[in-house]
Design a protein around this ligand. Structure first.
Ligand SMILES: C[S@@+](CC[C@H](N)C(=O)[O-])C[C@H]1O[C@@H](n2cnc3c(N)ncnc32)[C@H](O)[C@@H]1O
Length: 274
């Protein structure tokens, strides 16, 4: 059974998204009425070169990961991945909780080949590895490869049986003929593509959606890949553009989050339209 089959079995607990404007109205009415309106930071703690992150599971031991950051990368124009973003904790926690509560999901992970786009320091992909995924490929632009590689190498020394790989994959190359084929990203049929907080201004929207579509298309025959997209809600206009672009290529469902703690975040599951 694939993630897609498991998700289809749970579709009644998700919200179908068919119109970007309606989606933004829905999300932002909760966002604005949320009691948690104190100033907040998008980042976990950019001042530290190394962070110990604890991801709580439910009914299962929590996962602790050491993550190296390089805040200097973020000083370069357009660079954002050198430090950990809060959304990566929200998504990792979602995976850890989901994992404990759904035996089918655990079985899916053991078989799964997962690709993460824009991994940054890599927390989400590394959490999936620790949860038992068969193969996880964490990708980013070349500037990020040193810090991402360091975090991946450290995690490899643990006793998890799964394959863990850091690979360069730049969204601006998505669609270039032959580039993905034969690369480590497409070396095996893909079951899940993870995208965490990769849309922070409107210009990246078409790049992210094209890359997500390109990697989802590496699905196996008769085995549909799902995309899991986590996004911190910032600008309503940028989010609307993102949902609009997703809807052109993908079927989109929103997964429920706890509005008391996660009102600023949204999680989607998507798959390519036929
Ligand atoms: C806001 S950060 C999020 C990082 C990480 N997913 C997290 O949640 O902590 C966005 C990530 O997208 C990556 N990115 C931006 N443009 C990219 C591109 N053209 N190709 C690949 N990755 C890109 C950045 O390097 C960065 O790691």
């Amino acid at each position: 059974m694939s993630f897609y089959d498991t998700i289809l079995g749970n579709l009644s607990s998700y919200i179908a998204v068919t119109d970007a404007e309606e989606e933004v109205c829905d999300l932002y009415s909760v966002y604005y009425s949320s009691s948690s309106t104190q100033p907040r930071s998008d980042l976990v703690d950019p001042s530290k070169p190394e962070l110990e992150i604890e991801i709580p599971g439910s009914g299962r031991r929590s996962i602790t990961l050491t993550i190296t950051q390089n805040p200097h990368i973020n000083n370069e124009l357009g660079q954002t991945g050198g430090v950990l973003w809060n959304s990566s904790i929200v998504l990792s926690t979602y995976f850890a909780r989901h994992h404990s509560n759904n035996p089918g999901w655990e079985a899916n992970l053991k078989e799964a080949n997962i690709v993460e786009l824009g991994s940054g320091c890599g927390l989400v992909g590394l959490t999936l590895h620790r949860l038992g995924a068969r193969r996880v490929v964490l990708t980013d632009q070349w500037r990020m490869m040193k810090v991402l590689g360091k975090n991946v190498d450290r995690a490899k020394t643990g006793r998890n049986g799964g394959v863990l790989v850091a690979a360069e994959y730049d969204w601006s190359t998505a669609g270039e003929k032959g580039l993905l084929r034969g690369s480590v990203v497409a070396a095996e049929p893909v079951d899940m593509v993870v995208v965490c907080d990769c849309v922070y201004h409107e210009e990246v929207v078409p790049l992210v959606v094209r890359a997500l579509a390109e990697v989802c298309a590496c699905q196996g025959t008769g085995r549909r890949a799902v995309g899991i997209v986590a996004q911190e809600l910032r600008s309503d206009l940028v989010h609307q553009a993102f949902v609009e672009a997703l809807l052109q290529r993908f079927t989109v469902y929103r997964m429920p989050v706890d509005p008391a703690t996660d009102a600023f975040y949204v999680l989607y599951v998507v798959w390519l339209k036929d």
